[in-house]
Design a protein around this ligand. Structure first.
Ligand SMILES: [Zn+2]
Length: 298
């Protein structure tokens, strides 16, 4: 049995899977927002609960927003800001009395889909979460690429490639720059482009599918932007498969349209990269955390 923990901003989810990836049990608790020490005890209590009910112990992987800085050992880049600057990778293993592996939540998503999900068997996988933000993770031959800065796969704060005149400088981003990919391709980015109060990404996709012209124009523009953004990823990484997760991955038309649109931006006469929807949806983060320990490691 392996245990995955998905440390989210509003909830903490725990999952135990067996060696074949079958789910044994799952628990979910509210995240103690704003409180680091309560977050630590909540994770420990969740693990104790899972192991008591499962009747055995297992190696523990934790998916976190942001990442553990290789230089300082503390959390950085987390939108759950109370984690930033905290030595989570020291404190949690000490509290539990055993080693714990950590990875960025988008990396966990990519690992889950590459291990036994929509990209199972592929050599190079780029996993993207299109939702509140635009996280990304890279898995090569079954292993997460972390990188010397622990930011491998973080494409969301690159500038949108090949910007049109009306896309420059682009919307201001919380990271301090303007025109980041995330400002165009997150759910909020799509909603902003549509510009009708109360209409979220799902509404826009539904209205486009029903033939509403203004929604169709916005969806087409979104697809073109996603194609440009992923085209530049293909040039660098040349992935076999790009897997989409997050709320916007439910928009069916992306999978036919975007690969048609990305070809002009890729330095190749043909593009065999496949664009697919995540198999495990919202569960991929916690499944990937459990997969951080490979067979035999634990
Ligand atoms: Zn940014």
């Amino acid at each position: 049995m392996r245990i995955g923990i998905d440390l989210g901003g509003t909830k903490i989810e725990g999952l135990a899977i067996d060696r074949e990836g079958r789910e044994r049990l799952r628990r979910r608790i509210p995240a103690p927002r704003g409180d680091y020490s309560q977050t630590l005890s909540a994770i420990a209590a969740l693990i104790a609960d899972i192991e008591r009910d499962a009747g055995e112990r297992g190696p523990i992987g934790v998916g976190i927003p942001g990442t553990i800085s290789p230089a300082t050992g503390v959390v950085k880049n987390a939108n759950s800001t109370w984690l930033n600057g905290r030595p989570l990778a020291d404190d949690l293993p000490r509290l539990l009395g055993r080693p714990v592996r950590f990875a960025n939540d988008a990396n966990c998503f990519a690992l889950s889909e590459a291990t036994d999900g929509a990209a199972a068997g592929a050599s190079i996988v780029f996993g993207v979460i299109l939702g509140t933000g635009t996280g990304g993770g890279v898995v090569v031959d079954g292993r997460v690429l972390t990188g010397v800065n622990a930011i491998a796969g973080e494409w969301g704060h690159n500038p949108l490639p090949a910007p049109r005149d009306d896309e420059r400088p682009g919307p201001a981003c919380y990271c301090g720059r303007s025109g980041c990919i995330e400002t165009f391709l997150s759910g909020a980015g799509l909603a902003r482009d549509f510009g009708q109060a109360g209409a979220d990404a799902a509404d826009i996709a539904t209205r486009a599918a029903a033939g509403e012209a203004s929604a169709g124009v916005v969806m087409a523009r979104y697809e073109d932007r996603l194609a440009r953004a992923l085209g530049s990823i293909i040039n660098v990484l040349d992935p076999d498969v790009i897997v989409l997760g997050g709320g916007l991955s439910n928009i069916e038309r992306l999978y036919a349209n975007v690969p048609r649109l990305w070809t002009p931006y890729v330095f190749s006469d043909r593009v065999d990269t496949r664009l697919v929807r995540a198999k495990y949806g919202d569960s991929s983060g916690v499944r990937g955390a459990a997969w951080l320990w490979e067979a035999g490691d634990g």
